[in-house]
Design a protein around this ligand. Structure first.
Ligand code: SAM
Length: 295
């Protein structure tokens, strides 16, 4: 949970060029509004994105436009998704629709695939929804060329975590099976107005494409990963009881007495594919899963 040091921010932006001299908007805590106010970090993020004319760019949460303006200068045309109607109206007043397509929407349920192929997703993400938003973007992976986002540093640590570490979990496995993830650089709280209480970091996610492990059934994989990390202290035998028997775990080379957090992404893929392939046990598993969901 992120708490601003001061709401509303009375100090104004560090650099009025970045916030367009607009002091009329009071940051809304419920929308996770921490506006980027340091031109140094704006420049570094734009350089990391390296936008080119013709790129199919979409920015999540443009806010007061700190990233939007320099991006537009480079690409000429941009789509933004903003939940705050007041901020969306400011952007609509500043830019014509042929340059800036403003979608007033909740990014958590927005259909990113509707924006076309080869999508480049960027944003200083609202931290209160960054994890569910990453799960949502993972579902649209085939439409995406890359994702460059600012998040809490702690979330970037979870995205890139290795097995048997505290940070390793459902987010790590769900993203690592689909994306190459590069932590790029950290951003201190003083770069924002109002300042968040936590460190931030910028990361890039690139779909693995042909290097992506083949999943026979995405839904089985998702259920398995969710169950394995649902109760971290439990052994796999107990945590995934509704999905796999001891024998099925052992046949996939997995110790039923191990904890889910010790399994690599490759282990999860192998086990999920073994479960999917096991035609005869599939109806049993479904019945077990139904029983476990209804209990
Ligand atoms: N990009 C701006 C910047 O760097 O200064 C603003 C970043 S601020 C951390 C997050 C932005 O996301 C805000 O403009 C906020 O209104 C918007 N936002 C919050 N929740 C959202 C949601 N569910 N869907 C779309 N935008 C959202």
């Amino acid at each position: 949970m992120i708490r601003a040091r001061r709401w509303p921010d009375e100090s104004g932006p560090a650099d009025s060029r970045v916030l367009g001299k607009d002091r009329s908007h009071l940051p809304r805590k419920r929308f996770g509004q921490h506006f980027l106010a340091d031109p140094h970090y704006v420049g570094r993020i734009v350089a990391a994105i390296d936008p080119q004319p013709g790129d199919n760019l979409v920015e999540i949460g443009p806010g007061l436009g700190a990233l939007t303006r320099p991006l537009l200068e480079r690409v000429g045309r941009l789509t933004v998704i903003e939940i705050d109607r007041d901020l969306a109206a400011k952007l609509q007043a500043e830019f014509t629709p042929d340059r800036l397509s403003v979608r007033i929407a909740d990014a958590l349920v927005f259909d990113f695939a509707s924006l076309g192929a080869d999508l480049r997703v960027i944003g200083n993400l609202p931290y209160y929804i960054s994890t569910p938003l990453l799960f949502h973007l993972a579902q649209c992976e085939t439409a995406i060329r890359d994702i460059t986002v600012m998040l809490q540093k702690e979330v970037v640590d979870r995205m890139t975590a290795a097995p048997a570490t505290r940070a390793y979990g459902r987010l790590s496995v769900t993203l690592q099976v689909r994306f190459r993830i590069e932590p790029l650089f950290a951003v201190p709280p003083r770069a924002f107005r109002p300042a968040p209480k936590v460190e931030s970091a910028v990361a890039r996610l690139t779909p693995l494409r042909e290097a992506r492990p083949r999943l026979a059934d995405e839904a089985v994989f998702a259920r398995l990963v969710a169950a394995a990390f649902g109760q971290r202290r439990k052994t796999l035998r107990n945590a995934v009881r509704a999905l796999a028997s001891d024998a099925e775990l052992e046949r996939a080379g997995i110790d039923p007495g191990a904890r889910g957090e010790t399994l690599s992404v490759a282990d999860f893929v192998r086990l999920a594919n073994a479960l999917s392939a096991s035609e005869s046990s599939s109806s049993t598993r479904t019945a077990r899963a139904r029983r476990s969901r209804s209990s």
